[in-house]
Design a protein around this ligand. Structure first.
Ligand code: PLP
Length: 422
């Protein structure tokens, strides 16, 4: 291996082994998933779809892609959700998107014409750049209108979204977020989309693991399209998928290829197969439940310690903290925490008066730290260490030593066995 590269891999391994990961969009995938990513599938080209490829030699990868599509539908499309019957036959699935942003772009390419209107959550309310922010290509191609959380309680108020939808008559409504700590009511969004005759897309990138084990309501009875990354709470490889109503299947297929990308990355698709198999296991359900408990515990201790938790808590794997009262901005907080080995990201908060580079909050997630075995007692220690730094209660050097001690007790637990034990 290139000497510089092998040094960098060693350095990143050390960094990961010595720090506490609280980035809400990260996780540690299993060794088996990593092995599939580095498998022979990395070398094959397979433009097209199973049975209809542009190159030869696709017998095995056709079988792989069909297998993963089946696994995906088995995991995400239960026979019934919210008392509504759902049939896998009514849904088309595509596992070729290279990542979350291209998956979303492929949906827009499939369903919209340039100039059409998209109604999506603003970035400061918790939405994602790929939902049409002005700095992105979709932001230039489509007319983007944003809905916000309510300024008083920072929850989504669905009557406000409906009012705006009626006013702007969008062709597409997006429900999905990267920094919204509460349940997303897909049913209410379904009603809104029906009333204004818009397509409804749920981007469940952050919630995929929770949705897979019914720890968050399923979007399927109510939406036209679901997109998702596979590397956050789902604990898979960097990749993405799209599931759409079967009648939209051909459009979505062409939106992905040749619309926005060429050949699929079959090694990612192989790794997704492994992650989906792991997510089917009952231990994954226990893992996700622990993630939610850990996040709620963290929110509780940080709140009791004097920090302002946006919406007062969390229903999922992440929480947002308004740190204005500490005298720091989000970037400074991120840097101070990184110095002691706690890795978080600066984040805008609803109606932020700061800038995306100097926002007023930080976002914390527990999916990764739970994968390395953190229980509530560890979370309590972690919360105290965060408070020590942000409230300047103890010297950074002392805190850094305790971070190291806590990290050394945690390690990647391949089979998630820990999640089922207290
Ligand atoms: C809701 C949401 N959608 C899409 C994406 C984009 O994913 P990617 O970074 O894989 O393009 C993210 C990533 O954080 C996300 O949170």
């Amino acid at each position: 291996m290139d000497t510089k590269l092998s040094k960098l891999i060693a350095a990143e391994t050390k960094r990961q082994d010595e720090t506490l990961p609280l980035i809400a969009s990260e996780n540690f995938c299993s060794q088996a998933t990593r092995a599939a990513l580095g498998s022979v599938f990395v070398d094959k080209y397979a433009e097209g779809e199973p049975g209809k490829r542009y190159y030869a030699g696709n017998k095995v990868v056709d079988e792989l892609e069909r297998h993963v599509i089946k696994q995906l539908k088995d995991l995400f499309i239960p026979r019934e959700a919210d008392g509504v019957k759902i049939d896998k036959k009514d849904w088309y699935a595509n596992v070729q998107p290279l990542s979350g942003s291209p998956a979303n772009l492929a949906v827009y390419a499939a369903l919209l014409k340039p100039g059409d209107t998209i109604l999506a959550m603003s970035l400061t309310s918790g939405g994602h750049l790929s939902h049409g922010h002005a700095v992105t290509l979709p932001g230039q191609l489509y007319k983007i209108v944003n809905y916000e959380v309510d300024p008083k309680d920072n929850f989504l108020h669905y009557d406000q979204v409906l009012k705006l939808a009626k006013k702007v008559k969008p062709q597409l409504i997006i429900v999905g977020a990267s920094a919204y700590p509460r349940i997303l009511d897909f049913e209410q969004f379904g009603d809104i989309a029906k009333k204004v005759k818009a397509y409804l897309m749920a981007d469940i990138s952050h919630l995929a693991g929770l949705v897979a084990v019914q720890c968050h309501p399923s979007p399927f009875p109510y939406v036209d399209v679901v997109t998702s990354t596979t590397h956050k709470t789902l604990r898979g490889p960097r990749s993405a998928f799209i599931i759409a109503r079967v009648e939209l299947g051909d459009k979505i297929k062409r939106g992905v290829f040749p619309g926005v990308q060429g050949g699929p990355h079959l090694n990612q698709i192989a790794a997704l197969s492994q992650a989906l198999a792991e997510a089917k296991h009952p231990k994954f359900n226990a893992y996700i439940q622990r993630v939610i408990r850990n996040t709620q515990t963290l929110a509780q201790y940080l709140g009791e310690g004097g920090l302002k938790i946006i919406t007062g808590g969390t229903d999922n794997h992440l929480l947002l903290v308004d740190i204005t009262a500490t005298g720091l901005n989000g970037r400074q907080a991120q840097e101070k925490l990184e110095k002691v080995g706690i890795i978080v990201n600066a984040n805008t908060i609803p109606f932020d008066t700061g800038t995306p580079m100097q926002p007023s909050g930080i976002r914390l997630g527990t999916a990764a730290i739970t994968t390395i075995g953190a229980h509530e007692k560890d979370i309590k220690v972690l919360a105290e260490l965060i408070l020590d730094v942000l409230l300047k209660r103890r010297p950074a050097k002392t805190v850094a030593l305790e971070v190291k001690a806590l990290r050394s007790k945690l390690k990647l637990v391949e089979d998630l066995e820990f999640a089922t034990k207290d």
